[in-house]
Write a protein that binds this ligand. Structure first.
Ligand code: GRF
Length: 222
């Protein structure tokens, strides 16, 4: 008997190109999930319009309508739970999540971050990689814990830094890889090959201790 189709909620604050990649992968039949909700902290986020166009229910919650982060995040997770989502994907959600609100969801939330974590948690990752003189840069997908960009890694995509790169060229070359990385990881969750067991990620029943690497033919153990 096959497992039930994974129900997925997505949070995005901005343009939503990673969300678009998820919706496109679903459309091509490469990502067998149900998108049950797309939420944002910004009512004007283009990501919400993309979701609407794809027929996915949307919500916008304004942080300014809540007394503090904890109340906002508790309301946010209430709405996500009410959507029936099994899994939450942070696809450019530009807020730090409150630990108490997140705790019941640990192991069910993944995030995409534009650096080779644990390098460059937080903002301005391309600028920081260039300033450090890194020869390699990339993007990571990880399980979300209360530590900012600090949860267990699932998979990474790498690019070589060119001598004439600036922030824009790096971001532009990395983005198409992000757009392959995130749907591929979500497909692993959908197939139940990737799971959260005893507070840690497992792949095919084995502890996942090193992040998978995105290659030409998809994800592989490095
Ligand atoms: C991406 O670079 C993602 O890695 C980061 O925020 C950006 C979101 O871009 N977390 P988009 O809204 O998906 O186009």
């Amino acid at each position: 008997m096959s497992a039930a189709t994974l129900k997925v909620a997505v949070l995005a604050s901005g343009r939503g190109s990673n969300l678009a990649a998820l919706l496109a992968a679903r459309e091509r039949g490469e990502l067998p999930v149900d998108f049950v909700l797309v939420g944002s902290d910004k009512a004007s986020a283009p990501a919400l319009a993309l979701a609407e166009a794809a027929g996915v229910p949307t919500m916008a919650l304004d942080p300014r309508a809540y007394p503090d982060r904890r109340h906002f995040d508790l309301a946010l997770f209430d709405r996500i739970a009410a959507s029936g989502a099994d899994v939450l994907v942070l696809a450019g959600f530009m807020r730090i999540l409150d630990g108490e609100a997140l705790t019941p969801w640990v192991g069910r939330v993944i995030n995409i971050h534009p650096s080779l974590l644990p390098k460059y948690r937080g903002l301005h990752t391309h600028r920081r990689a260039l300033a450090a003189g890194d020869r390699e840069h990339g993007a990571s997908v990880h399980f979300v814990t209360a530590e900012l960009d600090g949860g267990p890694l699932i998979a990474q995509a790498r690019i070589a830094v060119q001598p004439d790169d600036d922030e824009d060229t790096l971001a532009r070359r990395l983005l198409p890889l992000e757009h392959r990385l995130l749907p591929t990881v979500l497909a692993l969750l959908a197939s139940r090959r990737l799971a959260w067991v005893d507070d840690a990620p497992q792949l095919d029943g084995q502890p996942l201790r090193t992040p998978l690497a995105l290659g030409e033919h998809g994800l592989r153990l490095p």
